[in-house]
Design a protein around this ligand. Structure first.
Ligand SMILES: [Zn+2]
Ligand SMILES: [Zn+2]
Length: 151
């Protein structure tokens, strides 16, 4: 496989399924996407799923070899697969200037300064702000899209 063919790889993203290629929401901090096709899967893996380049290559290789994501395990549960530089500040932190406007602000402001990894932030929203898990995930989705840095 050349890197050029990987860049052009298109198809259905396997990560609408929790546990595809062994990647789990809870263990790896994977954020699941909608079940749909993408023209440039590697780009989607990096930009949306925040996977590191070496892992993207590994996944693309498996996809090119027609491996079944629901059966093939590429990653162990303790492996770091998400780009650790992508961290986000709590949207309710009083130190966050870019807080999204909340329609019903039942959530109290918090004092966390340190940005968190997406899945840690998601847990923080549920645990410390009493958000429903589905609401926290929706909010995380907005944060990730807004905070997306294009390199
Ligand atoms: Zn996806
Ligand atoms: Zn907070």
């Amino acid at each position: 496989m050349t890197s050029l063919s990987a860049r052009k790889l298109s198809g259905e993203c396997p990560f609408w399924l929790d546990g595809a290629f062994g990647l789990k929401e809870d263990a790896h901090g994977m954020y699941l996407c909608a079940r749909r096709r993408y023209r440039e899967l590697p780009r989607h893996f990096i930009q949306f799923h925040k996977l590191t380049l070496s892992n993207v290559k590994k996944i693309c290789q498996a996809l090119e070899n027609d491996k079944d994501p629901s059966k093939e395990i590429l990653f162990q549960s303790n492996e770091l697969v998400i780009d650790q530089t992508n961290q986000f500040q709590c949207p309710f932190s009083k130190y966050n200037n870019q807080s999204p406007k909340m329609e019903n602000s039942i959530v109290r402001p918090c004092r966390t300064i340190k940005p968190k990894l997406p899945h840690t932030l998601c847990y923080h929203l549920v645990r410390d702000h009493g958000m429903a898990r589905s609401d926290a995930k929706n909010l995380m989705y907005k944060i990730r899209i807004n905070g997306q840095t294009l390199t």
